[in-house]
Design a protein around this ligand. Structure first.
Ligand code: DX5
Ligand code: ZN
Length: 223
């Protein structure tokens, strides 16, 4: 799945950005930043609610905020398809994932680059998505950290060994030149901001990313 990040779109024209990708991309990735968990400040629940009313695309809300225990369920209640919070910020991640699911959204857990996945193995059955950040969260347009490829691979091994239904998402610096390595390592859900909205034709950029990711996908294990 390809989830273009509106962080790289024109914030005065978000509905148009969404309309250009309807039927082309799978999810619209919405980066919520609070100027505390990360240094940047973007948008919050009112803008997500307006977007939900303006587009039929499923919203994939990535909360880079302090105290997600308090704020995350409201995004699910508003109708977001997925709500992803950072494990470094959550006080009670299992309870929060259950609240998000109970409100009808997919529950996602995000890991900053320095956060290892292994200590969260017991949480995986509570989740629909694990987000491996491939840049330090906070800004679009940063360079992909290829040091994260082993973590993607490790997450894929953990999921495979447990027969979980868990999407493995990558976010940060994902472009035509890095997406194949992510797919090859085991990611199946790709966030991309500047490589989509920085392109002349955003829809074409999504189609290109999808084609390259599918070519880089490892063969299905028949054993
Ligand atoms: C970064 C955000 C990303 C960002 C990705 O903290 O979580 O979703 O929009 O932007 P690019 O694709 O430009 O790295
Ligand atoms: Zn994001």
């Amino acid at each position: 799945m390809i989830a273009p990040s509106i962080l790289a779109a024109d914030f005065a024209r978000l509905a148009e950005a969404a309309a250009a990708l309807e039927g082309v991309a799978d999810w619209l990735h919405v980066d919520v930043m609070d100027n505390h968990f990360v240094p940047n400040l973007t948008l919050g629940l009112p803008v997500a609610q307006s977007l939900l009313a303006a587009t039929s695309m499923p919203l994939d809300c990535h909360l880079m905020i302090e105290d997600p225990d308090r704020w995350a369920p409201a995004y699910a209640e508003a109708g977001a398809a997925g709500v992803t919070f950072h494990v470094e910020a959550a006080r009670a991640p299992i309870r929060l994932a259950r609240e998000i699911r109970a409100a009808g959204a997919k529950a996602g857990l995000a890991l900053r680059p320095a956060t290892p996945v292994d200590q969260y193995v017991d949480l995986l059955p509570e989740l629909d998505l694990l987000l491996v950040m491939t840049v330090e969260p906070g800004f679009g347009g940063q360079s992909f950290l290829d040091a994260m490829l082993p973590k993607i691979r490790r997450t894929r091994d953990l999921v495979r060994g447990r027969e979980l239904e868990l999407r493995i998402q990558v976010d940060g610096g994902v472009s035509a030149s890095t997406i194949a390595a992510c797919a090859e390592a085991g990611a199946d859900t790709f966030v991309s901001g500047s490589a989509v909205f920085g392109a002349d034709d955003a829809a074409l950029a999504v189609a290109d990313l999808r084609r390259i990711a599918e070519a880089g996908r490892p063969p299905i294990d028949s054993g």
